[in-house]
Design a binder for this molecule. Structure first.
Ligand code: DAV
Length: 366
């Protein structure tokens, strides 16, 4: 019996927001992960201190000890999730070494699938392969194809956004990050739609996307038109702009954790959209990760990149005492998992996972 338009209880894939009770999730893999080679998008979203590292070490293996530490943490995350009765799925093993060539460019190697949040956007029952701006991530969704085909067999919708050409002209060659007080700017031009799934965050009928150095205006417009065409009158896609000189992804910056609870970066977010009037807004507390963690791909604000098991239980990195206290004061139940070693490879719990199915139905929270 139907539980509402498109809301059958046996759906394999169903995601409407970041907090309905979690039933099934994909957790990324560190096996095969390689140091990405330097490529033009990195000028916009990576940190200057690592430019030479990518230029000289790209294609090489990550330090084994660092991967081992991160793997232990990922295993602990998996056992926490499974202990909560959540089904954990994994991408296929793949080899990421070897040149990747298209008609317009080549890169000496691919990156890997540590962060499944980026390449696949799940909205409702739709799995959308995203048009990613990093060349080394061009075929990242292939490691998920066994899973996607299974979900497709079980009734999910499956589409890929237009494969971007990623020609040199997409990237501003002389890009420099905005300095303090300067208006935000990003490395991408508007030649074609590009975005990563982690540039979007879901809040029922409202989807928020941050312009960034992996997400251009054309990318936001593509998603808006796709959703309008396939689900007329159902979704609103909102464009946000943050003050982040290395902007890449929204999920450590602007994160609706539960109805009435919005987590925002204390400096990047200068204006809360009016529709959140009446919501509690928590500014992410100062991160505690020690400077000894290299954080090759991100800022230290991975303490905000949490995972909601439901509207009251949240997984937070062990040691992030400021965040843990603030969340508890906010009425959340905190589950701690060590994750600082994993954070070195691009993100925290939200990045390392991809929600496949949560209970609940499509709603408006505004
Ligand atoms: O520092 O906010 C976030 C990357 C998450 N996928 C940052 C980068």
């Amino acid at each position: 019996m139907s539980t509402g338009a498109g809301e059958r209880a046996d759906q394999a894939v169903r995601i409407h927001n970041e907090w309905d009770p979690l039933e099934e999730i994909v957790v990324g893999r560190l096996e095969g992960l390689l140091i990405p080679a330097w490529e033009p998008d990195m000028l916009g979203c990576m940190y200057e201190e690592y430019f030479d590292f990518y230029k000289s070490r790209g294609g090489g293996e990550w330090p084994a000890e660092e991967i081992r530490g991160a793997q232990r943490e990922l295993d602990e995350l998996i056992s926490i999730l499974e202990g909560e009765g959540i089904t954990v799925r994994r991408p296929d093993l793949r080899d990421y070494s070897g040149e990747l060539r298209t008609p317009h460019w080549s890169v000496p190697n691919e990156l890997g699938v540590a962060n499944p949040r980026d390449s696949l956007l799940v909205i409702g029952q739709d799995i959308i392969e995203t048009p990613m701006a990093w060349r080394g991530r061009y075929f990242e969704t292939f490691a998920f194809r066994s899973l996607i085909k299974e979900y497709y067999e079980r009734g999910a919708n499956w589409i890929s956004a237009p494969k971007p050409e990623l020609r040199d002209g997409l990237y501003k060659e002389s890009f420099t990050p905005a300095g303090p007080g300067e208006p935000p700017r990003f490395v991408l031009n508007e030649l074609e739609p590009v975005f990563d799934a982690a540039d979007a965050i879901k809040c029922g009928r409202d989807i928020f996307m941050g312009l960034s150095s992996t997400c251009n205006e054309a990318g936001i417009e593509w998603l808006r038109r796709y959703l309008d065409a396939t689900h007329p009158g159902t979704y609103q896609v909102h464009k946000l702009v943050f003050n982040d000189p290395h902007a890449m992804h929204i999920d450590a910056t602007f994160y609706p954790l539960a109805p009435g609870k919005l987590l925002v970066h204390p400096e990047r977010v200068t204006e809360i959209p009016r529709m959140f009037k009446g919501w509690d807004v928590l500014k992410t507390p100062e991160p505690c990760v020690p400077d000894s963690y290299p954080l090759y791909f991100s800022s230290k604000w991975m303490n905000a990149n949490v995972l909601m098991l439901d509207a009251s239980r949240v997984i937070v990195a062990a040691g992030e005492v400021n965040t843990i206290k603030a969340f508890k004061d906010w009425g959340l139940e905190v589950i701690e998992c060590p994750f600082w070693n994993f954070n070195n490879f691009g993100g925290s719990f939200h990045c390392a996972t991809l929600d496949i199915r949560r209970q609940g139905s499509l709603q408006s929270y505004f």
